[in-house]
Design a protein around this ligand. Structure first.
Ligand code: SAM
Length: 268
């Protein structure tokens, strides 16, 4: 073997050895990372569970714990049914899918929800609560625990997802003290009369809009809901950063609390 060949073969062997060590190290590194992530997740969940069990119903930590208990964040949920007035293209409708169960922890809305709902819970008030956009029903499970003596209405263009998730929610302990009423509802339509039929004389104390999220759908929903609001009401609108301007212009008599993508309208 010539000196050049010897060098080349040594170089190849060294290179192969280094690659082998690198590959082994990479596998070890990934395994260690996975163990570390699992531990962190377990201790994080333990921490949240402890805070949840120490918290009072309606407090931020209680809301976060309840959301996790009933499934937590879900992503890429397919849009099986949409409004005939949905302005999106077919490609936009298919893209990504829907997300839910993310309001209390990930979006950090728990702070505002606690601020507005905790006083009602403390007063043990029997309320009529309507949630527009319910997806898998995580929110409805929380509201039914929070307001066991109340009417909880879930309205959505597609009730398929909650119906498919009902057994799972019940197995997780949901709806033991209160059952939600479910209604098919298109936020792009004038549903004032339909709401009157649903409400049977009751007035909405708490309204939550977590549906289509466009200015048009939010304002149309609000127009239909406003005639049915109680004298004292809380109206929470999620995930739209500009709609507070339209609401302020249309309803100057209402009190507005707006922070980023969350708007709370009330009359107090
Ligand atoms: C963000 S998800 C709701 C998440 C849910 N609130 C939760 O707690 O996890 C949005 C929901 O709005 C519904 N939706 C979309 N377009 C709608 C429309 N035009 N009218 C009523 N609901 C609609 C979807 O079917 C979906 O269930």
């Amino acid at each position: 073997m010539s000196a050049v060949e010897l060098l080349r073969s040594r170089h190849t062997h060294a290179f192969q050895a280094a690659s082998w060590i690198n590959a082994k190290l990479a596998v070890l590194f990934h395994k260690a990372q996975a163990v570390w992530r699992r531990r962190r997740l377990r201790s994080g969940q333990k921490h949240i569970r402890r805070r949840f069990s120490d918290a009072q119903p309606g407090e931020r930590d209680w809301l976060i714990g309840a959301e996790i208990k009933y499934g937590g964040m879900v992503m890429h949920v397919p849009r099986n049914k949409i409004s005939s007035m949905d302005p999106r293209t077919d490609a936009q409708v298919t893209l990504g899918g829907m997300t839910g169960g993310d309001r209390m922890l990930y979006l950090n809305y728990g702070v505002k929800y606690a601020q507005y709902l905790r006083p009602l819970v403390r007063e043990e008030r029997s309320v009529t609560l309507a949630e527009f956009g319910i997806l898998m029903g995580t929110g409805l499970a929380i509201w039914c625990d929070l307001f066991p003596q109340s009417r909880v209405l879930g309205l959505d263009i597609d009730l398929g997802h909650i119906r498919g998730n009902m057994a799972n929610l019940k197995q997780l302990g949901a709806f033991e003290k209160n059952q939600p009423e479910l209604y098919e509802y298109d936020q792009f339509l004038d549903n004032t009369q339909y709401l009157e039929t649903i409400l049977k004389g009751d007035r909405i104390d708490v309204c939550i809009d977590d549906g289509f999220h466009s200015v048009e759908s939010i304002m149309t929903t609000m127009q239909c809901v406003v005639p049915h609001l109680a004298d004292r009401f809380i109206y929470i609108i999620e995930d739209n950063v500009t709609v507070h301007r339209d609401i302020r212009a249309a309803y100057p008599q209402f009190t507005m609390d707006h922070k980023g993508p969350l708007t709370v309208v009330s009359n107090g």
